[in-house]
Structure formats: structure tokens, C-alpha cells
Design a binder for this molecule. Structure first.
Ligand SMILES: [Zn+2]
Length: 461
């Protein structure tokens, strides 16, 4: 039976590879077509600008705090900060005015689960023998801009194939050398030997480049945590259970003991940092919660007991990644996911969607993540549509991607809502996302820290 479908799958994959290539080329063409000079000239690395004043006008503002939209809305930005928000504001003579017409202004979106340096056309287990760190970093810069232009002004990046290319990308973005979202990075994610993050899926006689991301037992894990922070990681990612996109052990299987995970948490806390746990299986999820991790990523097997444990521990958040499943299973999806791993995804899907509904019913605060590029970079906003289909209110999903995500990464003083004093990270979508959540997939205006990266809705004066 498998044999009979293989030919079809092979053909489908060849067609998909071509589609993916076309998409990459189209994306490349569209990113070069953008008047990037405006961005380049305003780049802090090349020319620090004097404080500029921008006044933005839109039909409505959803500020991320959960109240009724402000309509109409005006937001004043001085330099990189929001300095006034009201229905009507005076416009100083020196100000640039941006009129977004019937658009809705929102805080910049935050994605808590990306792999910006990852390519959907290279399976991560092949990356170590088929790619270079330089290649990964350059593609990372490419995807960073695509993600930013999709309205995601901040991402928590959950790891790369070549450790610390994410650190380099974050630093380059922060220095203004390349445009991209604000990034928090995992460095070298920490996996057990043979676990979900062990990319060396080769014969034991095949030498591959050494990637030191494997750690077994509390001592090795403590060392892995220290090494990560020494090398510039912002937080630690551990693989608590198996994964959908890996060989061998099933996604549900626990791969670190509670004691091992606790060792990671204890050491990270000494540095004042968090541990994020990739976890699908129910037992692995519960062990990770008991160990004190900060986020349960994916969280597919979330049952009633796990929900109750999360309720009792407000410092641990659930960050599901749901849109990738419909993107891959219902549509063309990725060209590089082998049939066996697609089958795993099919099995996980019903469980993951039930887990999300359970969390919703319990009123848990829920983070928003996508696992891009498992869903294509730039399509991150499809997570909204998926969650609304599963029963979340549009306003709740928007708050998840903004205020709640900002709280999860402890940046609530800087970003996540449109309020005076916050960084000017703003996006606008055509129409009203409370009436049609899919408008979040057509972001037409992006400002990050006062710099405009996308400006397709505005009529400038
Ligand atoms: Zn991931």
C-alpha cells in the first residue's frame, strides 16, 4: 500500500519542489522590488537619524490591551517611541503624516516559535551535510525580512541547524546591518543523544561536522546551558519529547527525565533566563511543567491534568503551533517532509487541536507560535485563522500574538501594546480583523522602532 502511493508522493514532491522554488524566486523578486533605500538610509548602522516625528492615522486601532478598538485612531511616534495615542491629535509642522485609510492599526505581531535560518526546501537532518553556516546565515537574513514584512516585528527563534547562526543574525539585525524582527535566540538547542534534536542520523561510521548540541544527564545539560549563554543565546531550548519531523522515536515519547529538565531550569535561572521545552507527548509535557520550564512549545498532548498543572503554575505558558498542520496536510505544504513524517503529523493533529480547545475552555493564557519554516516563512499570520477556526475569538488571538507574547518573553515594558512610552512597533491590516481575521495575512504597513519597512496602505502627505 505504501509502495502504491510512493510514486504519487514522489511526483507530488517534485511538483512541490518546483512550486517552492517559484515561491522563493517570487519572494526574492518582491523583496528586491521594495524601495529598500528608505530602510537602508534610515538604518541605525549607517546613519543615525535625528529624532523624527511621524503621525499615523487609521480607521481603527486595536491596541493589544483587549478593550474596544479606538475609532478613528491617531498614533504619534517620536524617534523609536510611541508618544501619543488618541482619536484626534494635532499634527506638528515637522511631522510626516501617514494616512492608512480604512486600515486597522495593531501592535507588531510576535511569533514565539520560528526557525528563521531554516529552509523549507532542506530537511534539517540533511543540513549538516548539504549546507554551510554561511549559507544558513544568509538565508536567515532573507527570511528575517520576509517575516518582518509579514508584520512580525519580534520573534523568539527556536534554533538553527548550525549552532549560533541565530546569534549572528540577531546581532546583525540589532546593529542595523540587515533588516529583520527583534530576535531572542536559542543558540544550540539541547537534545538527548538520539533524541528529537540529534541531527546526526547517519551510519555510526560516517563522520559529520561536530555540532555540540547533545547532552545527557544533569551534568552535561548544565554544561550545555552554560555554553549556550556564553555563546550568546537568550534562552535555552530543550527537546523534552520526540518530534514530528524526525526519525526513530515517536513524537509522544519523553526524551529527557524530569531531573534532566530541572537541571536546565536551575542553571538557566542562575543566569536569569528561561527554558523553552519542545514537547508533544503528555508525560513529557507534565514532566517539563514539574521541572519548571517557562514554555511548553507545541504541547500537542495537553490533557485536563496538564491544563490544571499550567493553571496552578502561571509562570509556565503553553505555546501551540497549529497552522503548520493544515498548511502541510490540507495543502501542498513542504516539499521536503518525508511521507513517514507527514503520517506522524496526521496522527498528532487531532490531539493537538483537542489540546488547544481544552486550553481555550479552561481560559489559559495562550502564546502564539508557528514553527516557520514548517509553515512557510512569511505565512506566520495563518496561525490566527487556524486558531479562530478552532474556537478562539479574533480579539483573543490578536492579544495572544501581541500582549501575551510580550509578557512571555518579559518584554511587556517595551512592546506588545500600542501605548505611550512603548517602542513604535506597529502594523496595519486592510479592513477589520475582528470581522475577518484573515486580513492579518495581508499586512500592508510595518513599522519597527519607528522605521517603516512596508508602506503599501499609506497615502503620504
Ligand atoms: Zn520548532
Amino acid at each position: 500500500m505504501l509502495g502504491a502511493t510512493e510514486g504519487v508522493v514522489g511526483l507530488r514532491r517534485a511538483a512541490l519542489a518546483m512550486l517552492a522554488m517559484a515561491a522563493v524566486m517570487a519572494a526574492a523578486a518582491s523583496s528586491t522590488a521594495v524601495p529598500s533605500t528608505a530602510v537602508a538610509q534610515r538604518s541605525p548602522a549607517t546613519a543615525p537619524e535625528p529624532v523624527s516625528i511621524v503621525v499615523i492615522r487609521a480607521a481603527r486601532l486595536i491596541d493589544g490591551r483587549g478593550g474596544e478598538p479606538l475609532a478613528p485612531a491617531m498614533v504619534r511616534v517620536d524617534g523609536d517611541r510611541i508618544t501619543a495615542v488618541a482619536s484626534s491629535l494635532p499634527i506638528p509642522a515637522a511631522a510626516r503624516e501617514i494616512d492608512l485609510g480604512n486600515a486597522t492599526l495593531l501592535p507588531g505581531f510576535i511569533d514565539l516559535h520560528t526557525h528563521l535560518t531554516g529552509r523549507s526546501d532542506v530537511h534539517w537532518e540533511d543540513a549538516l551535510v548539504k549546507t554551510t553556516p554561511a549559507e544558513e546565515a544568509l538565508w536567515g537574513a532573507h527570511w528575517a525580512l520576509i517575516t518582518l514584512k509579514a508584520g512580525f516585528t519580534t520573534v523568539r527563534d527556536m534554533g538553527c541547524n548550525w549552532p549560533y547562526t541565530d546569534v549572528a543574525l540577531r546581532n546583525a539585525i540589532d546593529a542595523g546591518a540587515v533588516p529583520g524582527p527583534r530576535m531572542l535566540v536559542a543558540g544550540a538547542y539541547v537534545s538527548s543523544t538520539g533524541g528529537a534534536g540529534d541531527a546526526s542520523q547517519f551510519s555510526p561510521y560516517v563522520q559529520v561536522p561536530l555540532v555540540h548540541n547533545l547532552a545527557d544527564g544533569p551534568e552535561e545539560i548544565t554544561k550545555a546551558v552554560r555554553t549556550n549563554f556564553k555563546n550568546g543565546a537568550d534562552f535555552i531550548k530543550i527537546l523534552a519529547t520526540g518530534a514530528v519531523l524526525s526519525k526513530g522515536i515517536l513524537p509522544g515519547a519523553q526524551q529527557y527525565s524530569e531531573e534532566e529538565m530541572h537541571a536546565a531550569v536551575v542553571e538557566a535561572r542562575r543566569w536569569g533566563r528561561d527554558v523553552a521545552a519542545h514537547a508533544h507527548g503528555t508525560e513529557g509535557i507534565k514532566a517539563a511543567i514539574r521541572a519548571g520550564v517557562h514554555t511548553i512549545d507545541h504541547g500537542s498532548g495537553l490533557d485536563d491534568e496538564a491544563v490544571a498543572m499550567l493553571k496552578a503554575r502561571p509562570g509556565t505558558y503553553y505555546v501551540p503551533t497549529l497552522a503548520l498542520m493544515s498548511a502541510n496536510l490540507d495543502e501542498e505544504g513542504s516539499s521536503t517532509i518525508p511521507p513517514a513524517e507527514m503520517e506522524r503529523m496526521r496522527t498528532i493533529r487531532a490531539m493537538a487541536e483537542a489540546g488547544f480547545r481544552r486550553a481555550l475552555a479552561a481560559g489559559l493564557p495562550i502564546g502564539l507560535g508557528t514553527d516557520a519554516p514548517v509553515i512557510a516563512h512569511g505565512q506566520n499570520a495563518r496561525e490566527f485563522r487556524t486558531r479562530v477556526r478552532l474556537g478562539e475569538k479574533p480579539m483573543a488571538s490578536l492579544i495572544s500574538a501581541t500582549r501575551i507574547n510580550a509578557e512571555i518573553i518579559h518584554w511587556q515594558e517595551r512592546i506588545g501594546t500600542v501605548e505611550v512610552g512603548k517602542l513604535a512597533d506597529l502594523v496595519a491590516v486592510p479592513g477589520n480583523p475582528l470581522a475577518d481575521i484573515t486580513v492579518t495575512e495581508r499586512v500592508g504597513f510595518v513599522m519597527k522602532g519607528g522605521f517603516v519597512y512596508r508602506d503599501e496602505l499609506a497615502t503620504r502627505k
